[in-house]
Design a protein around this ligand. Structure first.
Ligand SMILES: [Zn+2]
Ligand SMILES: [Zn+2]
Length: 73
């Protein structure tokens, strides 16, 4: 079985998810770009919110803010 460490939390994950954007492996919890603070996230945001300045430093402990934010897509 393939197992890799989640690039965000370091958990050893069997059959990890690979981010569509940065191609890094992540556990189920951190597979979404907004959950692992994807290095490409600023680019994703830049294309969708080019006119808005986004607060970047939400930190991993504030998923609710990010979730609320991303529901607007
Ligand atoms: Zn993880
Ligand atoms: Zn990513």
């Amino acid at each position: 079985m393939e197992s890799e460490k989640c690039a965000y939390c370091g958990d050893l994950t069997v059959l990890p998810f690979h981010c569509n954007y940065c191609k890094d492996p992540f556990c189920a919890e951190h597979r979404l770009p907004e959950e692992h603070r994807c290095v490409k996230l600023s680019l994703i945001r830049a294309t969708k919110f080019s006119e808005k300045k986004i607060i970047r430093d939400g930190g991993p402990n504030k998923p609710n803010i990010l979730k609320r934010f991303f529901r607007r897509f």
